[in-house]
Design a protein around this ligand. Structure first.
Ligand SMILES: NC(=O)c1ccc[n+]([C@@H]2O[C@H](COP(=O)([O-])OP(=O)(O)OC[C@H]3O[C@@H](n4cnc5c(N)ncnc54)[C@H](O)[C@@H]3O)[C@@H](O)[C@H]2O)c1
Length: 471
């Protein structure tokens, strides 16, 4: 019995953390209830049912959208989507009626008159049951993403799901299987990719030569403003994630752009990885400090939190490396950086610096002219308007515009279900590696080998780009 328990903890990645099973954590699904983690990783799935990479769903003149989760992020999507031609907001759902109603009220005076669903844990299913919705946006806490996306796809809707799309390997596989079976898109809303389209273009045009190494990550101190703020996240969901997991919980902002630059899932793939985490030096202490003044925080004071800084190194099938960082809980300066190192050149984003193989960075003027030279059509067409529309400097708007334009023109998405699964899978894989003395672990191939022949996504806008913007 004892050894079974030890094995479970080892495989589940929870060995370094206390398992928060009761009280406020009772109904909160744990990321790592994966007793069969290794089985899920190494299982040989049957043949791929249908290759969703490059798949173009029938075109939609009008894109009818329902949004689940109208907290900070869902409300932002609503604001961006209504500025795009051909979008109809048909339904809104939030478990908190005041949030759903506030979103509906914000549409007064527009052509949108959505139905509102609210009040209980399952109201969102009524939104997915609608027969006049094409796409369901999902902007809820992480543990709800996969169940909601699967239900939406099974009810004939495309699912556009916030990052990360899944929190366990099993969920990643379920997303792949459901998208292939239903032929519905499962599109993760990885907006960071829209900040690196110039770099994607530079890579494709050979500026970097052979890509050798990529670096990126998510460094954002969420402690005061977000994690311990009673008025921010619904039901303190993100603090609970930190209390129950130890790993790179939010890998996709760093990884997504690097994967697009390195053609991962489309001619290249991730192979294996290792992760290492520091101890927690801040969250437990903060919880105890707050609990001494406010009983609300008492349940959080008893928890063991995941480490502050997590570093992962991933090797690709082409022999390159990717280094990812994650830190949301120490007073580290905010950074969502990307670095690409190639045999002929290097690029660093935030602050933007380029070298063409020499020993120093190019001048600012040279960088500006290179960026102009490699600007892809999407940026030329809507980049300026997107900046005006806002949302992380315009990338949120660019993403929603590209998504709607692809649907209206019957074009494949730039991110597919294999990207959603692969990029999200790094979180549970990092947890496993950390819980096993930073052992190396194989990254699953969610494409069933199709990555070898899958083609890179199109950034030329040759076949689309005709969706207008209302600003
Ligand atoms: N891509 C980005 O840049 C970015 C930025 C911020 C957040 N996010 C992601 O967006 C998601 C939401 O984050 P947020 O900051 O908006 O959190 P939030 O807590 O502000 O919003 C989540 C909303 O979901 C609602 N909700 C909870 N359970 C529900 C249920 N059963 N049915 C319907 N609604 C329910 C809550 O009431 C809340 O309004 C997360 O996955 C987060 O990682 C992404």
């Amino acid at each position: 019995m004892k050894s079974n328990r030890r094995n479970f903890l080892k495989l589940s990645g929870l060995s370094g953390l206390s398992i928060a099973g009761g009280g406020i954590f009772k109904n909160f699904s744990q990321a790592n209830k994966e007793e069969n983690m290794l089985k899920m990783l190494y299982r040989k799935p049957p043949m791929q049912r249908f290759n969703m990479c490059g798949y173009a769903a029938p075109k939609l003149d009008v894109v009818r959208i329902g949004i689940i989760g109208l907290g900070e992020r869902g409300f932002g999507h609503l604001n961006g989507l209504i500025k795009i031609e051909g979008v109809e907001i048909k339904a809104l759902c939030d478990i908190r009626p005041e949030f759903a109603n506030k979103a509906k009220k914000s549409l007064e005076g527009t052509a949108h008159n959505p139905k509102v669903y609210s009040g209980d844990q399952e109201s969102w299913k009524k939104l997915c049951d609608h027969n006049d919705i094409d796409v369901v946006y999902i902007a809820t806490p992480w543990d709800m993403h996969t169940p909601m996306a699967i239900y939406a796809m099974e009810h004939d809707k495309h699912a556009c799901v916030e990052v990360p799309a899944a929190i366990t390997i099993e969920e990643c596989w379920k997303l792949v299987e459901t998208s292939e079976r239903t032929r519905k898109y499962c599109r993760m809303l990885e907006n960071a990719c829209y900040g690196s389209l110039v770099t994607v273009n530079m890579a494709r045009q050979g500026f970097f030569g052979e890509i050798v190494h990529g670096e990126g990550g998510y460094i954002h101190n969420l402690v005061a403003r977000y994690l311990f703020n009673k008025n921010q996240y619904w039901d303190m969901w993100r603090l609970k994630q930190n209390a129950m997991r130890n790993g790179d919980l939010y890998p996709t902002h760093g990884l997504g752009p690097l994967c697009q630059i390195m053609d991962i899932n489309r001619g290249n793939n991730l192979d294996y990885m290792v992760s290492m985490s520091t101890d927690d030096f801040t969250l437990g202490a903060k919880a105890k400090e707050l609990a001494s003044k406010d009983d609300f925080f008492k349940p959080y004071a008893d928890q063991t939190y995941g480490g502050n800084m997590t570093t992962s190194i991933i090797r690709t099938k082409k022999g390159q490396t990717i280094k990812l960082g994650h830190d949301t809980s120490s007073p580290n300066i905010h950074s969502a950086w990307h670095k690409i190192v190639g045999s002929k050149g290097t690029k660093f984003e935030s602050p933007r610096q380029i070298s063409n193989g020499g020993e120093s960075w190019l001048s600012e003027q040279e960088v500006i002219s290179l960026e102009k030279k490699y600007e892809p059509a999407i940026i030329t067409k809507v980049g300026e308007l997107a900046r005006k529309a806002g949302g992380h400097g315009g990338i949120d708007f660019l993403q929603n515009w590209f998504l709607v334009d692809s649907l209206r023109n019957g074009l494949p998405f730039d991110q597919d279900v294999y990207d959603a699964a692969l990029w999200s899978s790094i979180a549970p894989l990092s947890e496993w590696s950390i819980a096993n003395y930073s052992s190396s672990i194989k990254v699953p191939d969610f494409t069933y080998g199709s990555w070898i022949t899958n083609k890179p996504f199109d950034i030329s806008l040759e076949k689309g780009g005709n969706t207008n913007i209302k600003i």
